[in-house]
Design a protein around this ligand. Structure first.
Ligand SMILES: *[C@@H]1O[C@H](CO)[C@@H](O)[C@H](O)[C@H]1NC(C)=O
Ligand SMILES: *[C@@H]1O[C@H](CO)[C@@H](O)[C@H](O)[C@H]1NC(C)=O
Ligand SMILES: *[C@@H]1O[C@H](CO)[C@@H](O)[C@H](O)[C@H]1NC(C)=O
Ligand SMILES: *[C@@H]1O[C@H](CO)[C@@H](O)[C@H](O)[C@H]1NC(C)=O
Ligand SMILES: *[C@@H]1O[C@H](CO)[C@@H](O)[C@H](O)[C@H]1NC(C)=O
Ligand SMILES: *[C@@H]1O[C@H](CO)[C@@H](O)[C@H](O)[C@H]1NC(C)=O
Ligand SMILES: *[C@@H]1O[C@H](CO)[C@@H](O)[C@H](O)[C@H]1NC(C)=O
Length: 256
């Protein structure tokens, strides 16, 4: 009998791994092509450059991992793009950085983005996004370090379990949107937070005392909201704080 029966098994395994690795490469290409299709490309950044006769890793704004050749970063900031953001982006499993800031994308941020568990940097600032922030982005993205959503038209409330599984989030910019409701107390779970900007929204209720637990905070900007009540004395524990903006609320001078 010998070991000749191993041969077909080996061939099967080789075929399997070849197929799965090319299948994942195709997944990244399909995702980028779906993104291209949903995007209105005024300056031809995508239509002149994202062509299927070249590798996706050579496409403008696309970076790939050196070993696995999967897409790790997408940077198309300030590229005169509009249209909706394709949910297929959620299939770019290896994506660590997404920067589509300073375009004119509209519609919602697809919930599929929450599937990107390796995402560290998200910058969708200065677009025209509306609707709610997909809950999973703020509660579920274990690698997330920075999220910049400022200058959009996002609405709804922040999830009450924000920061539950985003322990590394240290920069959170939400300035100039239409978010309402309370600042969630679970914000204290983002214990590495350094810059928190929630200004020019419609937050109401009190400033949660838990803000005082964000011991690494250097910037706290919450001006122009509808916050009320006293300023929590716990903020006095924040020894690294160098900028604090509270104006344009209904805060009493009383320190609680
Ligand atoms: C890819 O195709 C485009 C036209 O579709 C052509 O202009 C370009 O030269 C081709 N690039 C390569 C590397 O073959
Ligand atoms: C994206 O590219 C712009 C310049 O084209 C740069 O300023 C910005 O820092 C880049 N974003 C990221 C996340 O690297
Ligand atoms: C990618 O994402 C889309 C939309 O979210 C989905 O329909 C599709 O089945 C996904 N998978 C692949 C392999 O493209
Ligand atoms: C932003 O989107 C709204 C619809 O949500 C639309 O009415 C408005 O014209 C858009 N603004 C720009 C600058 O495209
Ligand atoms: C959080 O992640 C888990 C596991 O990937 C997933 O099942 C769940 O739907 C996600 N929750 C949200 C709100 O995205
Ligand atoms: C938050 O800070 C207060 C003191 O202001 C402290 O008593 C409390 O244990 C801290 N909570 C956490 C979860 O670190
Ligand atoms: C402050 O409170 C007053 C009275 O309750 C209200 O009329 C006003 O709109 C509030 N201002 C802000 C900025 O929330």
């Amino acid at each position: 009998m010998g070991t000749s029966f191993l041969f077909p098994i080996l061939i099967t395994l080789i075929i399997f791994f070849t197929l799965t690795s090319s299948a994942t490469l195709t997944t990244d290409q399909d995702a980028l092509l779906a993104f291209k299709k949903a995007t209105i490309d005024t300056n031809g950044v995508l239509s002149n450059n994202w062509l299927t006769n070249t590798s996706i890793c050579d496409w403008a704004g696309v970076s790939c991992g050196l070993k696995h050749h999967r897409v790790t970063a997408l940077n198309l900031s300030n590229s005169a793009l509009h249209g909706n953001l394709s949910p297929y982006l959620g299939n770019l499993t290896f994506l660590q950085s997404l920067d589509i800031s300073s375009n004119n994308f509209a519609g919602v941020l697809p919930t599929e983005l929450s599937k990107l568990h390796r995402l560290k940097h998200v910058n969708v600032a200065s677009n025209n996004f509306s609707g709610e922030i997909p809950r999973g982005i703020l509660t579920n993205m274990s690698a997330l370090e920075e999220i910049n959503l400022r200058f959009n038209k996002l609405s709804g409330e922040l999830p009450s379990d924000i920061c539950n599984n985003t322990p590394k989030l240290n920069r959170f910019y939400l300035r100039e949107n239409q978010i309402y409701g309370k600042i969630p107390t679970s914000i204290y779970k983002c214990s590495e937070m350094e810059e928190l900007s929630l200004s020019e929204n419609q937050f109401n209720g009190n400033i949660p005392t838990e803000i005082g637990n964000l011991s690494m905070l250097t910037l706290l900007s919450i001006y122009d909201n509808h916050l009320q009540g006293g300023i929590p004395k716990e903020i006095g524990h924040l020894t690294s704080l160098n900028t604090m903006a509270l104006s344009g609320n209904n805060l009493t001078a009383l320190v609680l």
